[in-house]
Write a protein that binds this ligand. Structure first.
Ligand code: PLP
Length: 419
């Protein structure tokens, strides 16, 4: 429970508790979200955020680093051993700054880069035009195939041979299938490109061995620490030893000032948690949930992009239901089920009103909700989508959903009663 905040700042405390209640009572299916553990939250909420420590362990610009150096080294060592990496940098403030550091380390403005297009499941920072990575660099996008909505590796190879990028990016934000890293490594070698794999979404699955790891193949691997990896809000860079100095310099002093030491500590805790059998069981449940939910939604008549999933994510296409993704997401939220609207490949609708919703199963897995409940969940989703204009019906579904959700503990929440 909150000890000080309600007295010191009741207005903020009310908002915080209300958000905790929302996270507790709803079924959260946003693919990039999770519940960080209470131990991670304690590290993040600690006195470590009081300390400035520009530089790296042993080479800081301020005194008083004896404990901070040890904290950062712990995070670095644990990530290196968890992912089998030669070098780790835990200072990027989040996933996007981690990616920018890779550009800063290896590219000059205007240099060519190749990444997966945003509408096909790539991230903004993979060279999409509204991002500085698309404005300041000569960015080219590959896509997924029309026929099966899988990554078009042949197109990627053709594009790389034509463009000869300095940086080739593989990685996904909205793509429900395994990424095969090898063809990226091979064609990067052909043209002398740096190969970066961005595992922001899937790093928890990679850590658990449930998605192939790019670490042995890629020059650089970037990730967030808060999606399936279930740590604090943060970023990380793993790389070969030969690139360590360039990437460290790009993060500090290239892009950032002082690292967020409280976040670094949270990453250390999360890396420790991710090495346990309990984390493997969680990651297994994430994938089992996604497959069970996919099966149940397909049986209920919904179309899924690529026809299913290999990871924690589903992209549901609502075209056949004659419904946009945004009204679908709004109806689901009224029924206590929280997703985000999302484009589908070759989406005929506009990005702010696309044809699909993206669904992720990491957060429910963290609460211990397993595949045996996915039929029920698909049933609620289906009812809600059919009753999208009927607020009373949506409220009735929400009551059932919220009674179910509230019977599962929510890791890391402090302001709610578990009952
Ligand atoms: C989420 C995501 C990021 C960005 O992470 P932020 O922490 O939101 O900056 C980068 N790359 C991919 C593939 C992502 O999914």
């Amino acid at each position: 429970m909150l000890a000080q905040l309600p007295q010191v700042d009741p207005e903020l405390a009310r908002l915080l508790v209300a958000e905790e209640q929302r996270q507790f009572h709803n079924i959260r299916l946003i693919a990039s979200e999770n519940y960080a553990s209470a131990a991670v939250q304690e590290a993040v909420g600690s006195c470590l955020s009081n300390k400035y420590s520009e530089g790296y362990a042993g080479k800081r610009y301020y005194q008083g680093q004896q404990y901070i150096d040890a904290v950062e080294q712990l995070a670095v060592q644990r990530l290196k051993s968890l992912f089998g990496a030669e070098h780790a940098n835990v200072q990027p403030y989040s996933g996007s700054p981690a990616n920018l550091a890779v550009y800063a380390a290896f590219l000059q403005p205007g240099d060519p880069v190749v990444g997966l297009g945003l509408p096909h499941g790539g991230h903004l920072t993979h060279g999409w035009k509204v991002s500085v990575t698309g404005k300041w660099f000569d960015a080219h996008a590959y896509s997924v195939r029309r026929e099966d909505e899988r990554l078009d590796i042949d197109e990627m190879i053709r594009l790389v041979r034509e463009v000869r990028p300095k940086l080739l990016i593989a990685g996904i934000t909205a793509y429900p299938r395994v990424v095969d890293w090898l063809p990226f490594r091979e064609v990067a070698d052909e043209v002398g490109a740096i190969f970066m794999a961005d595992i922001a979404h899937i790093s928890g699955l990679v850590a658990a061995g449930l998605h192939p790891s790019p670490v042995p193949l890629a020059d650089v691997v970037t990730s967030t620490t808060h999606k399936t990896l279930r740590g604090p809000r943060g970023g990380m860079i793993l790389c070969k030893a030969e690139h360590a100095a360039a990437l460290d310099r790009a993060v500090f002093p290239g892009l950032q000032g002082g690292p967020h030491n409280n976040t670094t500590a949270g990453i250390a805790v999360a890396a420790h948690e991710a090495s346990t059998p309990a984390f493997y069981a969680y990651a297994r449940r994430v994938v089992d949930n996604a497959q069970a939910l996919a099966d149940a939604l397909l049986s209920a008549g919904y179309r899924l992009v690529t026809g299913g999933t290999d990871n924690h994510m589903l992209i549901m296409d609502l075209t056949q239901q004659g419904m946009g993704g945004k009204p679908a997401a709004v109806a689901l939220e009224k029924a206590g089920i929280v997703v985000n609207y999302n484009t589908i490949p070759f989406d005929p609708r506009k990005p702010f009103d696309p044809s699909g919703v993206r669904i992720g199963t990491a957060a429910i897995a963290s609460r211990g909700i397993g595949p045996e409940h996915m039929g029920t969940l698909a049933g609620w989703m289906s009812q809600a989508l059919k009753a999208a204009d009927d607020d009373a019906a949506l409220a009735r579904i929400a009551a059932e959903v919220q009674a179910f959700a509230s019977s599962y503990p929510a890791p890391g929440l402090t302001g709610v009663d578990a009952a």
